[in-house]
Design a binder for this molecule. Sequence first.
Ligand code: TRP
Ligand code: SF4
Length: 548
Amino acid sequence: MTTDDSHHDDASPDEDRRQSGGEWRESDARSGGPIVPDGGTEAEGADEATLDPWGSSTIADYRKLFEQFGIEEFDEVLPEVPNPHYLMRRGVIFGHRDYRPVADAMRNDDPFAALSGFMPTGDPHIGHKLVFDEIIWHQQQGGDAYALIADLEAHSARGLSWDEIDEHATNYILSLLALGFDPDEGTLYRQSDNRAVQDLAFELGAEANFSELQAIYDFDGETDVSHMQSVVTQMADILYPQLDEPKPTVIPVGPDQDPHMRLARDLAARMRYFGVTEAFASFEADAVERTLLRQAYDAREEYAEDADRPRCGEAADWLRDHQPAPADARQSVVAKLDEAGKEPLRPRIRFLDRNATEVAFEALIETIDGEKRVYDEHIDTFDLDHAEAEELARQVELDNGGYGFQPPSSIYHRFMTGLTGGKMSSSIPASHISLLDDPEDGYDKVKSATTGGRSTAEEQREKGGKADECPVYELYAYLLSGDDDEFAKEVYDECVGGERLCGGCKEQAAELMAEFLEDHQEKREEWEDKLDELDIDLDSDRAPTSAD
Ligand code: TRP
Ligand code: SF4
C-alpha cells in the first residue's frame, strides 16, 4: 500500500489542474459574482480525467467530468437554490449529482442533511476551508450538519499512526468550529468511534463484492482488507444522516471523491426493499423497451380493434411496421408482446421485490388499495401514480425494518491552484496556506505567489492582467472577498482592465490573508478551551502502531 505523501484527500488542493478560459460572463449577471475558470484545455498531458480518491486526480478540463462521469453542471440548479453561497455563485462549486432534492427541501423547509469527512493526514488548509464552509452554510440553511474525521481511512489508506491522527483531528475540528460550525445543532464524530456507522458499514458491505471495488478503485490482490473496510465505512458515513429517517443529503467534496459517490448511490438503491417502475403488461421490460411500449400504447387508436382494450399482439404488429427504434430493442419487445398475445396492453405501476423480506412483501400487498395483481417477484397496481407508489414502498420498507434510503447527492468544488503555480500541495508549504500558518507567513506566501501578471507594468496597463490564470485572484474569489461579490468583481475588472498592478494587488491580498488567519486563529483558541465539552473523543487510546 502506498503512503506516499503526495497523495491527498478530498478537500486537498493537491490536485493537478490548470484553469483557464474563465471570464466575467455578463450574461451571468444574476450571480453578480466573478466566474472562475471554466476548465481550460491547455493543461499538458492528461486529456482524460482520472478520479482516484487516493491518487493524484488530474483534472485538466472540468468539462470532461460532465461528459465522462455524468456529473451535472451546478449552474443549472443554481436558480433553484435559495440565497446561494458565494462559492456557488462564483462557480467554485461547479458540479453536482442530484442536488435538486436538497434544494427543494431547503425551499420547502423539509428536513435535509449535509455531511463531509476529513482525512486527518496533515494540517487543515485553505482547500479544506471550502468544505468546512459548505457544511456550515448548509447548517445555516436549516440542514442537519455532520462532519467526521476519517481516522480509519487515514490509518489504513495512508498509514498514519493514531497519535498523528489525534493531533490532526483536533486541528480540523478546531478550524471547523472557528469557521462557524454549531456543534450543538450538528454532529461531529470519528469513524472509529461510531458504532452505528460501523454496523451500517457491515450491512452495506454485504451488497458490494471485491470485483466491484476492483473495478471502481483499481484494488488488486495486494490491497489490504482494512483499506477495503475504510471504503464501506465511507459508504456508511454518507448514508449515516439517513439512519433516523430518509432525507435528501448532500455530500460536499472534491471531484476526486466522485467514485465514492457513485458507489454510495448504488448501494443506497441496492438496500431498498422495492423497486418502482412503470409497466404495460405482465412481462418484464427494460427502460428502452418501456419507451417503445409507451409509444405503442399512445398510438393504440391507430391499430386496436377496441381502443379501450388494445392487445399485446396488436401492439406487436404496429411496432413491427412503425417503429424505427434500435433493432434489437424492438425485436425483444415485439417478441414479448407476441408471446403475451391477447393480453391487454395496459399502463400500470409495478413494485419489484428487490431486497424485501417476505414479511415486507406481504405487508406491501396488504397495503395497496384498489386493483392489484400479485406475481412471484412483483406486484402490479392500477390506481396509484408513480410518486404515490414510491412513497408507499418507502413507508412499507421503513415499517418493516428497512432504511428506505434516498440516493445521496453531492456537490463538487474546484481545486485551488498552488501559490507557486501548478499544483497546490501539502508537501510544498509555499504552495498552500495552512489554517495554522502564522499570519506573517501567510502574508509572505501571498506576497511571493505567482500571478497572472504581464512582464512589465506598462504591458499590464496596456493588455490587462490574466486574472483567470492567477492564483492570487483565486484567493480573492475563493476566500478573501467572502460574501462580497462586488469586491471580487472589482478586483477582476481592474485586473483585466489594466488598472490593477500585481504588486499592490498582492499587498492587498496578503494583508487580507494575514487578517483572516489572525482572526481565525483567535477563534480557534476560544474553542480550544471548550473542546472537552464536545461529544467527540479526540484521544484514540490505541496502540501506537502504524498501519503498515
Ligand atoms: N475519503 C475522504 C477523503 O479522502 C474522507 C471521507 C470519509 C469522506 N468519509 C467521508 C468524505 C464521507 C465525504 C463523505 O478525504
Ligand atoms: Fe493577479 Fe492581481 Fe496581478 Fe491581476 S493584478 S494578475 S489578480 S495579482
